[in-house]
Design a protein around this ligand. Structure first.
Ligand code: GLP
Length: 241
């Protein structure tokens, strides 16, 4: 694992955006695996800035997102489709047919999971996967478990995740209890992985991820086995390493 130390959220975002920009410049038809949550927002702003300056061209880029809440459609401002469209896609020249998220409104969950796995395979796997880190060590929505799920699946969100997400919803009962997520197998097949982490509240879990035992109880710990992982963290998140 390569670890980049940065001083703050802004520097973390610039550094991670630089890595993604390099990927797109070197391989204009890259398949990018994208993430949501508050951590990557600064990265998306930086990428939009680079696009506006003419430094980046997304016309051949394809993207697949990690996850989506079950039961939320793209008009719901808490859906990840809404997030991605408004925080990135509508600001750059990516083609509408080239970005993908799991369909939270799918009628048949099993079929949705199978077709998302097939899609990733058809795209030729992910060149660069961006990851945030949940406070319980989850990546995507792969929650602590007794095994590492391989493919895309429907997951019952952990109580701690529901609680962490409740800040975005008006009423507690509106917070989704289920989500679709790529599996650990999909993530580990990415050629390169970039993890972004900021804030003191992630320091303990990041320490476990990087130097603790590899266990499905800390899903991100599996990243120790990947051959090309870069962690970009701010000083606070890296304070225990
Ligand atoms: C959600 C997402 C994850 C994300 C995590 C951390 O659970 N499914 O992909 O990494 O939140 O979010 P934040 O970056 O807001 O701390």
């Amino acid at each position: 694992m390569e670890i980049y130390r940065t001083n703050n959220y802004y520097e973390m975002s610039c550094k991670a955006a630089g890595i993604i920009a390099a990927q797109v410049i070197l391989k204009p038809d890259s398949v990018l695996g994208l993430a949501t949550g508050s951590t990557p927002e600064g990265i998306y702003q930086q990428l939009i800035g680079k696009y506006n300056k003419g430094e980046l061209d997304f016309s051949k880029v394809k993207t697949v997102n990690l996850d989506e809440y079950k039961g939320l459609d793209k008009s719901n401002d808490q859906s990840y489709q809404y997030y991605m469209f408004n925080k990135l896609f509508r600001h750059i020249n990516i083609k509408a047919e080239n970005y993908y998220l799991p369909n939270g409104m799918a009628k048949d969950s099993k079929e949705e999971c199978e077709s998302y796995d097939q899609l990733i395979q058809d795209l030729g796997n992910i060149d660069l996967q961006l990851l945030g880190l949940g406070q319980n060590g989850h990546i995507g929505f792969n929650e602590p478990d007794d095994h590492f799920p391989k493919g895309t699946h429907l997951v019952a969100l952990a109580q701690s995740t529901i609680q962490a997400n409740s800040r975005f919803f008006e009423k507690d009962e509106d917070v989704p209890r289920y989500a679709y997520t790529m599996g650990i197998g999909n993530i580990m097949q990415a050629k390169k992985i970039v993890v972004v982490v900021n804030g003191r509240q992630k320091a303990d879990i990041l320490k476990q991820v990087v130097s603790g035992p590899i266990t499905p109880n800390v899903p991100a710990s599996i990243l120790q086995l990947h051959k090309d992982v870069t962690i970009v963290g701010d000083r606070e998140a890296l304070s225990l390493l």
